[in-house]
Design a protein around this ligand. Structure first.
Ligand code: SF4
Length: 704
């Protein structure tokens, strides 16, 4: 696949374009300047989230635009045993359209499924959801954000009536006297955001970090609670127990703005500090210290990330921390609040506009008759024709190629063979499909399994909006033309819709799609009706809800009322439940997985960037030196990890920063080093989030 150098007609040499980083949800502001040589120079931009900072991933992001691995022509094959051959767009799209027709004729509309991604623009997420419901009439669509923020989203909706990751701007962090950060290593995964925490510290604030590992983030904290993996809700209940006993709860706030505290108070009584120390491994002394830092602070925030969320009890874990924030009266006030630190680039917008199995644009619901009517009217179809909610991501993947499951799958912006839990099983299910088409800019591990691969445009080659972790809608401007032969996902969907007889419903231009998204989201929870590309340019983005063009947007939510029917927040009775799998004689250690500084998600992009590859060239596992000695393992040894799902081979890294009973493996790597070969697909009953963050594992020296 030879790369044709993209031309830079959009921004000739010497011109700069203001845009945003392609990776995480901080969506750092950056500039791209086209050079005489035909390359691009990245500049950091003073945007409210990153304040002129970028991490290594942002600085090196343009390397991928002209990367030699770049796909620039569709690839097809007749049998999976054969190598790919180049094909015309017409042949590739004909094959996909025929496969859809064949499959739906035999298995019905639900025989075809779609899988999207939390890195896709709002326009694409919207178009994917609409394409599934209008052009395919299938209920089978979900996306990889199900594996990221779904537990926090579900918990926020239960407690507050709405899910906006951070219901306040990042800048508010600096004014919080205490921040409790649960299960996040921001200093490595999102370094520029630490400026906000540094300012908070400089103003005399405290930071409490909850993490089984000592990390650069915990090193910057006032207090580190190094809990046993999977015991998050026990810890939260223990802090609430102390807060009640010590008189830190805000009775006036509870009375005025919440309901159901009584049942939570009764449950908290069972989580006395010495018991919680035994359950969580966090010393009683630290529990008191943390409760005091939170309870005596005039302003405080509780922020969660994937640590407590990616568990089979993820929703309850988050709710237990929301209970604590509500009891302390630290929600719905300036410099206070509960927030989820969204991970993927468009993790927020990607979960608002319809690529989720149960969802319609504007955070509307497929099982709500009024919501269906509104969206059907915007789309110009009958609400009777819209399918019902489908299966969640893992359930859809697990059933692929099986009786009653999806038989043909279209994948956009996701690398399931690396990022899904129980990855070897998911890989087999991808092979079990009758037909697989993947749209990507590189031949990802999932694309390698496909029948048709479509080369798609990268972030700098098309415009579109993203919604960052604060709920701020931003605009990525197109800086360069895509290479010749490459199409955007919207062009792909428009072409395919035309072949299926639905062309008039699917414009290929992002601006046209966004105009329709505005109308579709109007009146919904995530209301973008007043957001325009120009207003985003003029205002450093706009926070939703923004219901009209003269509305300033909503940086801070819940100041007067919560988004529930009666305006009050809900407490939820949460009893600690252990993870689905705990260590035993056969699998004596905990395994937890996560991200590292120089890689991103499944690594399809970052493993191809030379500087990032140099920083983190191979899959590794962190192990405590004392535990390593027990197994005769030395630094740099190849080790084999086994769980009930499978085994992986990684390189041992010895570090006293991890608990004795816990191993940590990053999930960015492919092949036999895939951490997700090991992870447990036990699902949260509400969010359907798999348990990426904790399972039982054993470790052996050697790789044979
Ligand atoms: Fe990009 Fe996130 Fe790094 Fe910012 S912190 S440069 S958005 S990867």
């Amino acid at each position: 696949m030879l790369l044709q150098q993209p031309d830079i007609e959009a921004h000739p040499a010497g011109r700069t374009c203001r845009t945003h980083c392609p990776y995480c949800s901080l969506q750092c502001g950056m500039t791209l300047a086209s050079a005489e040589s035909g390359g691009w120079t990245v500049g950091a931009r003073d945007f409210p989230t990153n304040r002129g900072g970028l991490c290594q991933k942002g600085w090196t992001s343009t390397e991928l635009l002209a990367h030699p691995d770049r796909l620039t022509t569709p690839l097809v094959r007749d049998r999976r045993s054969e190598p790919f051959r180049r094909a015309s767009w017409d042949e590739a799209m004909t094959r996909i359209a025929e496969a859809i027709g064949r499959t739906q004729q035999r298995y019905g509309p639900d025989g075809v499924g779609m899988f999207g991604g939390g890195g896709l623009t709002n326009e694409k997420a919207y178009a994917l959801g609409k394409f599934a419901r209008v052009a395919l009439r299938t209920s089978q669509i979900d996306y990889n954000g199900r594996f990221c923020m779904s537990s926090a989203a579900a918990a926020s909706i239960k407690a507050f009536g709405a899910d906006r990751g951070l219901p306040f701007p990042l800048a508010d962090i600096a004014g919080a006297a205490t921040v409790l950060l649960v299960g996040s290593n921001l200093a490595e995964t999102m370094p520029p955001v630490m400026q906000h925490f540094q300012e908070q510290k400089d103003r005399g604030g405290s930071l409490i970090v909850v993490d089984p590992r000592a990390t650069p983030t915990s090193a910057a904290s006032t207090l580190h609670l190094q809990l046993t993996p999977g015991t998050d809700s026990a810890l939260a209940n223990g802090l609430l127990n102390i807060a009640i006993k010590e008189g830190y709860v805000d009775q006036a706030f509870i009375a005025e703005r919440t309901i159901d505290f009584k049942i939570v108070r009764r449950i908290a009584a069972f989580y006395w500090p010495s018991r919680v120390e035994r359950m969580t491994g966090v010393p009683e002394r630290q529990l008191y210290q943390a409760a005091k830092l939170l309870g005596k602070a005039p302003t405080a925030m509780i922020l969660t990330a994937r640590g407590p969320e990616q568990q089979s009890n993820g929703v309850n874990n988050v709710l237990s921390f929301i209970n604590l924030a509500l009891a302390l009266g630290k929600v719905g006030k300036p410099h206070c609040g509960y927030g989820c630190l969204t991970g993927q680039g468009n993790g927020q917008g990607g979960r608002e506009h319809g690529q989720k199995a149960d969802q319609l644009p504007g955070y509307r619901k497929l099982d709500n008759a009024e919501h269906r009517r509104h969206i059907a009217q915007v789309w110009g179809v009958s609400d009777q024709d819209l399918p019902n909610p489908g299966q969640s991501a893992y359930e859809m993947l697990d059933a692929m190629g099986q009786e009653g499951g999806v038989r043909a799958l279209l994948v956009f912006g996701s690398n399931l063979a690396v990022s899904a839990p129980r990855a070897a099983h998911v890989e087999q299910r991808l092979k079990d499909l009758d037909f697989l088409a993947v749209s990507d800019f590189f031949l990802s591990e999932t694309a390698e399994l496909a029948d048709v691969v479509l080369p798609t445009a990268q972030w700098a080659e098309e415009e579109g909006t993203m919604t960052n972790l604060e709920g701020r809608v931003i605009l990525r401007e197109r800086a360069v033309q895509p290479p010749s032969g490459v199409r955007t996902d919207l062009e792909i969907l428009a072409d395919l819709a035309g072949r299926l007889g639905y062309g008039r419903y699917f414009p290929p231009e992002p601006a046209a799609v966004f105009e329709e998204l505005r109308r579709a989201s109007a009146g919904g929870v995530a209301d973008y009706a007043g957001v325009t590309y120009q207003r985003i340019r003029d205002n450093n983005g706009l926070f939703w809800p923004c219901p009209a063009e003269d509305h300033p947007g909503t940086p801070r939510m819940f100041l007067d009322r919560f988004a529930t029917a009666d305006g009050r927040a809900r407490f939820h009775a949460i009893r600690f439940q252990p993870p689905a799998e705990e260590p035993d004689d056969d699998y004596p250690l905990y395994l937890t997985t996560g991200r590292i500084m120089s890689q991103y998600q499944s690594g399809t992009q970052t493993r191809r960037v030379a500087a990032l590859r140099e920083s983190a060239p191979e899959a590794f596992v962190q192990i405590h030196p004392s535990m390593a000695r027990t197994y005769g393992i030395g630094e740099g040894d190849a080790v084999r990890l086994r769980t009930r799902r499978g085994e992986a081979t990684l390189i041992a890294r010895l570090t006293p920063s991890i608990r004795m009973d816990t191993l940590f493996a990053p999930f960015h790597f492919a092949g036999s080093g895939r951490a997700n070969l090991l992870t447990n697909p036990a699902l949260d009953p509400v969010s359907r989030m798999p348990e990426f963050k904790v399972c039982a594992v054993r470790i052996e020296k050697g790789n044979s």
